[in-house]
Ligand binder design. Sequence first.
Ligand code: ZN
Ligand code: ZN
Length: 244
Amino acid sequence: MFRITEELRERVRERASGRCECSGPNCRHHRTDARCKNGLRSDDWKVYWHSEKAGEEPSNLEAWCLTCFENNFEVPTHRVTLLRPELADLTALEEADPRRAVTLRSVLRDAGSSLATERGGHVVPGLRDELLIEFEQPEEALAAARELEGRFHEHASKLRLPTVPLSCGIHTGSVRKSRTGDVYGDALSIASMVETLAQAGQIVISDPVAGELGTQVTLEGLGPLPSSEPADDDEPLGCWVVTG
Ligand SMILES: [Zn+2]
Ligand SMILES: [Zn+2]
């Protein structure tokens, strides 16, 4: 998933000619098929994307006025822990054997879904490419991450597929949920960035997860997330490898 940088945000605003791009008849703000008439001034707008369209394509982003944004997301914020598992060294695997990468990722998705169901989590809907599993508690996400690699290998061996190790990222943060169940928020892309720090077989967690897990885990510091998006408080997000 791409990151919403300040530059990208500004580009979206310019492309929208400074007008809100919400045109949904479901929007309580205008309720018609017409486009919202609000302008986008300074900070009173948000970059929005439909999660079914989420991908590497910035043109899928829309600029929405805050009124439309708030009207389309009924649950203001919801604190969740996101587990982001991926095949280790995915880029190398995709270059060497793209078909195997696609097959193994779909096996990982199946293994992740079944594990999520057993452990009270669920796969974040609408993300075609990335597997993200949402849990209420960090403990649940960590337990799932610890079990996932074994489960993935089981699924792969049933299909007689030579397997690869996984890397996992876990992040706790706030998301918004639309009325249709779409999940929106920086926490999703942060979880993905945390995963990129994990080497084969590793589970990497962010500061908020480490804070909540406390002494339940042994950690090794990785330092802050590189080029992490300026958060509200501008604090760089520290990351940790789970070593025990
Ligand atoms: Zn609007
Ligand atoms: Zn609207």
